[in-house]
Ligand binder design. Sequence first.
Ligand code: B4P
Length: 179
Amino acid sequence: MDWNLILIGPPGAGKGTQAVRLRDELGLVHLSTGDLLRDHMARATELGARVKRFMDSGRLVPDALVTELLLSELPASGFLLDGFPRTPAQADALAAADDVTAVVLLDVPDAAVIDRLAGRGREDDRAEIVAERLRVYHEQTEPLVDYYAALGLLRRVDGSGSTDEVFVAVLDALGAVPA
Ligand code: B4P
Protein backbone atom coordinates (compact mmCIF):
# COMPACT_ATOMS: atom_id res chain seq x y z
CA MET A 1 0.00 0.00 0.00
CA ASP A 2 1.21 3.52 -0.78
CA TRP A 3 0.93 5.53 2.44
CA ASN A 4 0.54 9.28 2.73
CA LEU A 5 0.92 9.66 6.48
CA ILE A 6 0.83 12.48 9.01
CA LEU A 7 2.22 12.33 12.56
CA ILE A 8 0.73 14.79 15.01
CA GLY A 9 1.17 15.24 18.75
CA PRO A 10 2.46 17.69 21.34
CA PRO A 11 6.05 18.96 21.28
CA GLY A 12 8.38 16.16 22.34
CA ALA A 13 5.75 13.47 21.68
CA GLY A 14 8.37 11.63 19.63
CA LYS A 15 7.17 12.57 16.13
CA GLY A 16 10.73 12.92 14.81
CA THR A 17 11.87 9.77 16.63
CA GLN A 18 9.06 7.60 15.24
CA ALA A 19 9.17 9.23 11.80
CA VAL A 20 12.69 7.98 11.11
CA ARG A 21 11.68 4.40 11.98
CA LEU A 22 8.46 4.57 9.97
CA ARG A 23 10.31 6.05 7.00
CA ASP A 24 12.68 3.07 6.98
CA GLU A 25 9.97 0.49 7.68
CA LEU A 26 7.48 1.70 5.07
CA GLY A 27 9.89 3.24 2.53
CA LEU A 28 8.43 6.74 2.74
CA VAL A 29 9.77 10.22 2.05
CA HIS A 30 10.06 11.86 5.50
CA LEU A 31 9.42 15.61 5.66
CA SER A 32 9.87 17.38 9.00
CA THR A 33 8.90 21.05 9.03
CA GLY A 34 10.92 21.44 12.25
CA ASP A 35 14.05 20.21 10.41
CA LEU A 36 13.30 22.31 7.31
CA LEU A 37 12.89 25.40 9.50
CA ARG A 38 16.05 24.64 11.51
CA ASP A 39 17.95 24.39 8.18
CA HIS A 40 16.73 27.90 7.36
CA MET A 41 17.66 29.11 10.84
CA ALA A 42 21.20 27.84 10.42
CA ARG A 43 21.66 30.10 7.37
CA ALA A 44 22.53 33.73 8.03
CA THR A 45 19.62 35.06 5.96
CA GLU A 46 16.81 37.45 6.79
CA LEU A 47 14.32 34.58 6.48
CA GLY A 48 16.43 32.42 8.82
CA ALA A 49 16.54 35.20 11.41
CA ARG A 50 12.76 35.63 11.16
CA VAL A 51 12.13 31.89 11.58
CA LYS A 52 14.46 31.85 14.62
CA ARG A 53 12.47 34.56 16.38
CA PHE A 54 9.30 32.44 16.16
CA MET A 55 10.88 29.10 17.06
CA ASP A 56 12.98 30.38 19.95
CA SER A 57 9.91 31.92 21.55
CA GLY A 58 7.86 28.73 21.26
CA ARG A 59 5.41 30.20 18.76
CA LEU A 60 4.44 28.68 15.44
CA VAL A 61 6.04 30.03 12.29
CA PRO A 62 3.34 31.76 10.13
CA ASP A 63 1.13 29.40 8.10
CA ALA A 64 1.95 30.87 4.69
CA LEU A 65 5.70 30.49 5.13
CA VAL A 66 5.60 26.90 6.47
CA THR A 67 2.99 25.79 3.96
CA GLU A 68 4.98 27.07 0.99
CA LEU A 69 8.13 25.40 2.33
CA LEU A 70 6.39 22.06 2.86
CA LEU A 71 4.39 21.95 -0.36
CA SER A 72 7.49 22.76 -2.41
CA GLU A 73 9.04 19.49 -1.13
CA LEU A 74 5.93 17.28 -1.16
CA PRO A 75 6.13 14.21 -3.43
CA ALA A 76 2.98 13.03 -5.23
CA SER A 77 2.69 10.01 -2.93
CA GLY A 78 4.53 7.92 -0.34
CA PHE A 79 5.14 10.68 2.19
CA LEU A 80 5.36 10.92 5.96
CA LEU A 81 4.78 14.39 7.40
CA ASP A 82 6.25 15.09 10.83
CA GLY A 83 5.16 18.38 12.39
CA PHE A 84 2.85 19.46 9.57
CA PRO A 85 0.03 20.40 9.58
CA ARG A 86 0.01 22.23 12.94
CA THR A 87 -3.05 24.43 12.34
CA PRO A 88 -6.41 23.96 10.57
CA ALA A 89 -5.26 26.43 7.86
CA GLN A 90 -2.23 24.23 7.15
CA ALA A 91 -4.48 21.15 7.05
CA ASP A 92 -6.77 22.86 4.51
CA ALA A 93 -3.77 23.76 2.33
CA LEU A 94 -2.53 20.17 2.43
CA ALA A 95 -6.01 18.79 1.62
CA ALA A 96 -6.10 20.99 -1.46
CA ALA A 97 -2.72 19.61 -2.60
CA ASP A 98 -2.86 15.88 -1.88
CA ASP A 99 -4.74 12.93 -0.34
CA VAL A 100 -3.85 11.70 3.13
CA THR A 101 -4.31 8.00 3.99
CA ALA A 102 -3.95 8.18 7.79
CA VAL A 103 -3.10 10.56 10.63
CA VAL A 104 -1.34 9.13 13.68
CA LEU A 105 -1.79 11.07 16.93
CA LEU A 106 1.02 10.38 19.41
CA ASP A 107 -0.77 10.98 22.68
CA VAL A 108 1.58 11.98 25.53
CA PRO A 109 0.55 13.85 28.70
CA ASP A 110 2.03 17.31 29.25
CA ALA A 111 4.03 16.17 32.32
CA ALA A 112 5.83 13.45 30.32
CA VAL A 113 6.63 15.92 27.53
CA ILE A 114 8.13 18.35 30.04
CA ASP A 115 10.36 15.57 31.46
CA ARG A 116 11.54 14.43 28.02
CA LEU A 117 12.39 17.86 26.68
CA ALA A 118 14.24 18.82 29.86
CA GLY A 119 16.85 16.25 28.83
CA ARG A 120 17.26 17.23 25.17
CA GLY A 121 18.88 20.66 25.41
CA ARG A 122 17.67 22.41 22.25
CA GLU A 123 17.34 26.22 22.50
CA ASP A 124 13.52 25.95 22.46
CA ASP A 125 13.53 23.22 25.14
CA ARG A 126 13.97 25.65 28.08
CA ALA A 127 11.17 25.16 30.64
CA GLU A 128 9.36 28.46 29.98
CA ILE A 129 9.51 27.91 26.20
CA VAL A 130 8.23 24.33 26.51
CA ALA A 131 5.29 25.68 28.54
CA GLU A 132 4.52 28.12 25.71
CA ARG A 133 4.86 25.38 23.06
CA LEU A 134 2.40 23.22 25.00
CA ARG A 135 -0.03 26.14 25.28
CA VAL A 136 0.24 26.75 21.53
CA TYR A 137 -0.23 23.03 20.84
CA HIS A 138 -3.45 22.82 22.85
CA GLU A 139 -4.79 26.03 21.32
CA GLN A 140 -3.78 25.74 17.66
CA THR A 141 -2.86 22.13 16.85
CA GLU A 142 -5.18 20.02 19.01
CA PRO A 143 -8.26 21.07 16.95
CA LEU A 144 -6.74 18.89 14.19
CA VAL A 145 -7.62 15.81 16.25
CA ASP A 146 -11.34 16.44 15.68
CA TYR A 147 -10.66 17.65 12.12
CA TYR A 148 -9.08 14.32 11.11
CA ALA A 149 -11.39 12.18 13.28
CA ALA A 150 -14.34 13.65 11.36
CA LEU A 151 -12.67 12.51 8.12
CA GLY A 152 -12.21 9.00 9.54
CA LEU A 153 -8.41 9.30 9.22
CA LEU A 154 -7.32 9.55 12.88
CA ARG A 155 -5.37 6.71 14.57
CA ARG A 156 -4.76 7.51 18.26
CA VAL A 157 -1.67 5.88 19.77
CA ASP A 158 -0.39 6.00 23.36
CA GLY A 159 2.99 7.69 22.90
CA SER A 160 4.09 7.47 26.52
CA GLY A 161 5.83 4.06 26.37
CA SER A 162 9.36 3.27 25.19
CA THR A 163 10.29 4.13 21.59
CA ASP A 164 10.03 0.41 20.66
CA GLU A 165 6.61 0.07 22.29
CA VAL A 166 5.33 3.20 20.55
CA PHE A 167 6.68 2.03 17.18
CA VAL A 168 4.86 -1.33 17.46
CA ALA A 169 1.67 0.50 18.52
CA VAL A 170 1.87 2.83 15.51
CA LEU A 171 2.32 -0.07 13.06
CA ASP A 172 -0.57 -1.84 14.74
CA ALA A 173 -2.79 1.24 14.47
CA LEU A 174 -1.98 1.45 10.75
CA GLY A 175 -2.54 -2.27 10.20
CA ALA A 176 1.01 -2.42 8.79
CA VAL A 177 2.88 -5.71 9.32
CA PRO A 178 6.51 -5.20 10.47
CA ALA A 179 9.11 -6.26 7.86
P1 B4P B 1 9.51 20.12 15.89
O1 B4P B 1 10.84 20.07 15.26
O2 B4P B 1 8.40 19.43 15.18
O3 B4P B 1 9.75 19.57 17.36
P2 B4P B 1 8.99 18.76 18.47
O4 B4P B 1 7.49 18.88 18.29
O5 B4P B 1 9.58 19.20 19.78
O6 B4P B 1 9.51 17.33 18.42
P3 B4P B 1 9.04 15.82 18.25
O7 B4P B 1 7.64 15.50 18.64
O8 B4P B 1 9.47 15.46 16.86
O9 B4P B 1 9.94 15.10 19.35
P4 B4P B 1 11.23 14.19 19.21
O10 B4P B 1 11.00 12.95 18.44
O11 B4P B 1 12.36 15.08 18.75
O12 B4P B 1 9.05 21.66 16.09
C1 B4P B 1 9.89 22.67 16.63
C2 B4P B 1 9.33 24.07 16.34
O13 B4P B 1 9.32 24.32 14.90
C3 B4P B 1 7.89 24.37 16.76
O14 B4P B 1 7.81 24.74 18.13
C4 B4P B 1 7.51 25.54 15.80
O15 B4P B 1 8.05 26.77 16.25
C5 B4P B 1 8.23 25.18 14.51
N1 B4P B 1 7.35 24.44 13.57
C6 B4P B 1 7.54 23.15 13.16
N2 B4P B 1 6.55 22.78 12.31
C7 B4P B 1 5.72 23.86 12.17
C8 B4P B 1 4.51 24.09 11.45
N3 B4P B 1 3.94 23.14 10.70
N4 B4P B 1 3.93 25.31 11.55
C9 B4P B 1 4.48 26.29 12.28
N5 B4P B 1 5.62 26.14 13.01
C10 B4P B 1 6.24 24.93 12.96
O16 B4P B 1 11.45 13.76 20.74
C11 B4P B 1 11.71 14.67 21.76
C12 B4P B 1 12.60 14.05 22.83
O17 B4P B 1 11.96 12.96 23.44
C13 B4P B 1 13.91 13.52 22.27
O18 B4P B 1 14.93 13.83 23.18
C14 B4P B 1 13.69 12.02 22.17
O19 B4P B 1 14.90 11.28 22.33
C15 B4P B 1 12.75 11.77 23.33
N6 B4P B 1 11.83 10.67 23.08
C16 B4P B 1 11.17 10.41 21.93
N7 B4P B 1 10.36 9.33 22.07
C17 B4P B 1 10.52 8.92 23.38
C18 B4P B 1 9.94 7.85 24.15
N8 B4P B 1 9.04 6.99 23.63
N9 B4P B 1 10.32 7.73 25.45
C19 B4P B 1 11.22 8.59 25.99
N10 B4P B 1 11.80 9.62 25.31
C20 B4P B 1 11.44 9.78 24.02
